[in-house]
Ligand binder design. Structure first.
Ligand code: FES
Length: 375
């Protein structure tokens, strides 16, 4: 940038003279200038000790690494760092970031790096060509050197370590495909702390499984099992051998809905076993009935089938409707209802918000014939 001097501009090239004219340069100003000259270069080099700037919950980070982590090339890992190398807000295993993508989409991705590394965040993204477009945007647009706005980290899937908030004596990790991402830091911590743990990691084929090389260091504690070679795993395959009673076991599972449902059903009477899970797809619709959504602005209406979410139906007529988790906890899809009775099925809206007419169409449904939304 060119610096143009204005006629009345005062430029100080050196410290001003002493006010009483006793010294050519004011001693106090000289001392302050000296301190400044030492401090400002030091401040820059202290960046790794400072926490990065967060404005309104949003940080702007650089993409510093991009790598393919599955042999079928459909999964990439992206590493982010603060532009000045400063320290990032802390996170624990199971946490995720919200990526605010250039298109305006927001998508959540689990952190899969080392929680002990305070200067970078790592996520992994599977390309889903027929999804909502978020993963394709990440794959096609985010390159090393780009900047990305993020929110978080937040943790909806925390790990309670045996002896530190959990009575369990053994940990069993169950991951399927890209469900490895929140599990990866959990496994690393369990191993670092010398806990009794094992893991089963499933996928369609060996080539579709991300981070295989990274897990190799755990040897036979990690069982990799692919559908093309072994068929779909049963619930017993997923839990591994379990005693009849008092198993002292806690499971952490991340995978597709059918796998989670099979585990939940299998363990429904086992109060001695804790099951913690995170889905990466919408939950199944239970007792769904058909209803209609009308758009207040235009009077258009759309039918919500018994086995689809109101969000899916809405996006047929308003594809730009924002969403992220599709599980009723991030609040991105929140809409206001001006008529009709909502069947709230989310876990995040407060009573005052519900009373004020808000609902989350990704999971909630309707108790009346239809809803009118302020869209
Ligand atoms: S998309 Fe997250 S609450 Fe609906």
């Amino acid at each position: 940038m060119n610096h143009v001097r204005h006629p009345h501009e005062t430029v100080l090239d050196s410290e001003p003279p002493h006010l009483m004219g006793r010294w050519k340069r004011d001693p106090l100003m000289r001392a302050l200038t000296g301190i400044g000259n030492i401090w400002f270069p030091l401040w820059g080099s202290l960046a790794p000790l400072r926490e990065t700037r967060v404005d309104n919950g949003i940080q702007v980070l650089d993409v510093v690494r991009r790598e393919v982590v599955a042999r079928d090339e459909n999964v990439i890992a992206l590493t982010f760092a603060a532009p000045d190398g400063s320290v990032l807000p802390q996170w624990n295993a199971g946490a995720h970031l919200d990526l605010l993508l250039p298109s305006g989409r927001m998508r959540e991705y689990s952190l899969c790096g080392d929680p002990g590394d305070r200067t970078t965040y790592r996520i992994a993204v599977r390309r889903i060509p027929n999804g909502g477009g978020g993963s394709v945007e990440v794959h096609d647009t985010l390159r090393v050197g780009d900047q990305i706005r993020i929110k978080g980290p937040r943790n909806a899937f925390p790990l309670a370590l045996p002896g530190y908030g959990s009575r369990a004596q053994r940990l069993r990790f169950v991951a399927a495909g890209i469900g490895i991402t929140p599990i990866l830091p959990m496994v690393a911590i369990a191993d670092r702390m010398g806990l009794d743990w094992s893991m089963i990691y499933t996928g369609r084929s060996l080539d579709s499984i991300p981070f295989r090389e990274e897990l190799a260091r755990f040897g036979d504690k990690v069982e990799i099992r692919t559908d093309d070679e072994h068929g779909l795993p049963t619930a017993e395959d997923l839990t591994g051998p379990v005693p009849e009673q008092d198993a002292g076991l806690t499971l952490y599972c991340c995978g597709p809905t059918p796998m989670l449902e099979s585990l939940r059903t299998h363990l429904v009477d086992r109060r001695d076993i804790e099951l913690h899970y995170e889905r990466f797809s919408p939950p199944p619709i239970v007792d769904g009935t058909e209803f209609t959504i009308s758009l207040a602005s235009t009077g258009e209406s759309v039918t919500v089938a018994a086995d689809e979410s109101a969000l899916t139906a809405l996006r047929r007529v308003r594809p730009e409707t924002p969403y992220s988790c599709q599980q009723g906890f991030c609040g991105t899809c929140r809409l206001h209802v001006s008529a009709g009775s909502v069947d709230h099925r989310d876990g995040s809206l407060t009573e005052p918000e519900r009373d004020a007419g808000y609902f989350l169409p990704c999971v909630s449904r309707c108790r009346s014939d239809g809803l009118t939304v302020d869209v």
